[in-house]
Design a protein around this ligand. Sequence first.
Ligand SMILES: [Zn+2]
Length: 459
Amino acid sequence: MSIDWRTTDCWLMGEASVGSKIADHVKVLCDDIGVRWAGTDNEFAAAEYVATQFQLLNLQDRSVETFSLRTADCHAASLKVVTENAWRIDTRPCLFCPSIDVEARLVNVGYGMPHELKSLGNVLSGCVALIKSEYEPFTEPRLLTVRLRDLANAGVVAAVTGSPHYGRRMSHTSASDWRDDATLVPLPLVQTSREDAARLQDRAVAGARISVRVDSDLRSTTSWNTLAKLPGALIPEQSIVLGAHHDTTPDSLGANDNGAGVAVLLETARLLAGVCNAMDVHPGRTIQFVSFGAEEQGLQGSTAFVERHFGPEPKPQFMLALDELATGPIKGTVLQFPELQELIQDQLSDLNEGLQCHVLSQLDASGDMFPFARRGIPSSFLWRWRFVGRHPETAYGHSNADTPDKLRVRELKDYAGILARFLLRLSHVPSADWPENRLDINEIVKRIEAERGAVFRTM
Ligand SMILES: [Zn+2]
């Protein structure tokens, strides 16, 4: 197959711009369906919507796969300063926060750093800690998960932390390190608003007692991954995976996180299927499209997908995760392993859009690329909010303010068109030019072990 790249690129970018379905997808996912917490009917509706779109595109091997999900239900939660019954303190337990019902002295532990705990001595045992979740300035950063474990070891029974946002805005937080089991929370952690946390600091100085109540349970249920393939015309047995999670945190419409990623996933599929029909230009390798459930609950959907399809062989040639794409314009991609950097950069450079391919110095467990990396699959995500050029109006992730009005649809159209051009080129790289996958799972396990507890330099 000889491809006239200029004509193909013109078709893809033209269709991405004037035929775009991005706004339609965002409307259905965020407005019609709404919150898509994994394991709920709404999440299933999102998985089914993706499946319907794949069907309309006549993609192959379509399915909605179920997997067993460990999920948490929080039935009630409250914080109350004893003797101040009238004050209804803003309260939001962390993901997988276990049940607790205690009344204890509130102690301000600052950032909960070792030097601070040392100066507090034995006073911590049996107390509730008021902790800043940010990193202590000028100091070697220490993960919140590790600081919470230190507090638990010192006998602290629960921790309260203020949201970093002004205006009583709180967001969904995690107390666990996703390199481990995300359901393992070292200490019950409850978020309050920045404003109420400031007031609690005064109460801690005054030696106040606080009651912390969380009524929650951890249970097993079902979540869903939706998948389909566009078969390769030259090397169909080799594949490239494009993925995006369709679930959200418990009260978020998830426009940027991750309606944007799912809309671009569907749109990229539409463009690549469309160019097959319109111009008889087919991908060389098979391109697999997946929307994952339960990313927000510790990457359980992508983990289930990798275990089901790629254990241990055959592995895809490459995986790319789409997440929070409305945070900024497309800049390039970031690999978890360096092996494919030159190959990927060559394809990006060929687009002449100034895109860059970088390599992370640490494996990043905060997205759906991580389970693929752990299985020895070259994986990556788009260069996004971690880095530079972040649109300020998208800083509402994991909260009920992540709404569609914050999305810049024109930029998302760009993502889809450029991704279609990039993936088409990548699928046509001759096998002889594609480095053999020499990633060793045992070495990766050792590397994850060595990086455990380390702070992500990219956060
Ligand atoms: Zn996300």
